[in-house]
Design a binder for this molecule. Structure first.
Ligand SMILES: [Zn+2]
Length: 193
């Protein structure tokens, strides 16, 4: 799960979406369809929910979930929804590393909200921090050898991906542009969760 950073005056955008009301209303009807048809519809719903890809094919498939009298999508099965523009998302562990460098701790590593002036101050603290304390080497962890009667199996291996200084610097650059944009959009509060 990623952690998303956003601000109070974030611009909205129109995104291509499926009609969740039609889906909810027709779920029983959909489940009664042949498996491959049902599967195709749900693949499309998942794709549109995640990537908002607008194609004629997707529109045609989403029409299959439509309720002809739906007042939201007008019987199309799809519509343009107002969604807050998502500007920056970081993987949990990466976000936690950045937040620690900014001086946050505890619950604040998972979610938080602060005035943009404080967030900017914390960001400058991270820029001046020793980034190497969040660098993690790629390591191989060996599990305990498993004893089976008389023979020993070789230990299991787990490769742990590391966080490099370069990745941390790239994330800080991304966060810097985000703060810049938030400032230009007259944001007052920065949220993350
Ligand atoms: Zn609808």
């Amino acid at each position: 799960m990623p952690i998303r950073f956003y601000y109070d005056t974030m611009p909205e955008e129109d995104v291509f979406s499926y009609c969740s009301r039609c889906e909810a209303k027709n779920i029983r009807k959909l489940q009664a369809l042949p498996y491959d048809v049902y599967d195709k519809i749900y693949q499309t719903i998942a794709e549109v929910a995640g990537e908002h890809i607008e194609t004629e094919e997707n529109k045609k498939i989403l029409k299959l979930i439509a309720d002809r009298d739906c007042t939201i999508c007008h019987g199309n099965g799809w519509l343009y929804k107002k969604t807050i523009k998502s500007d920056i998302e970081l993987a949990n562990i990466n976000a936690a590393a950045i937040l620690r460098l900014m001086g946050f701790e505890g619950e604040d590593l998972i979610s938080g909200e602060v005035a943009i002036s404080d967030f900017r101050r914390a960001f400058i603290r991270a820029l001046n921090a020793d980034l190497t304390k969040e660098v993690t080497e790629t390591t191989v962890q060996y599990g305990k050898p498993v004893e089976i009667v008389t023979s020993r199996e070789s230990p299991s291996q787990l490769l742990m991906g590391g966080l490099t200084k370069k990745i941390i610097e790239e994330m800080l650059t991304k966060l810097g542009s985000f703060i810049e944009e938030a400032t230009n959009n007259k944001a007052k509060i920065i949220y993350w969760q």
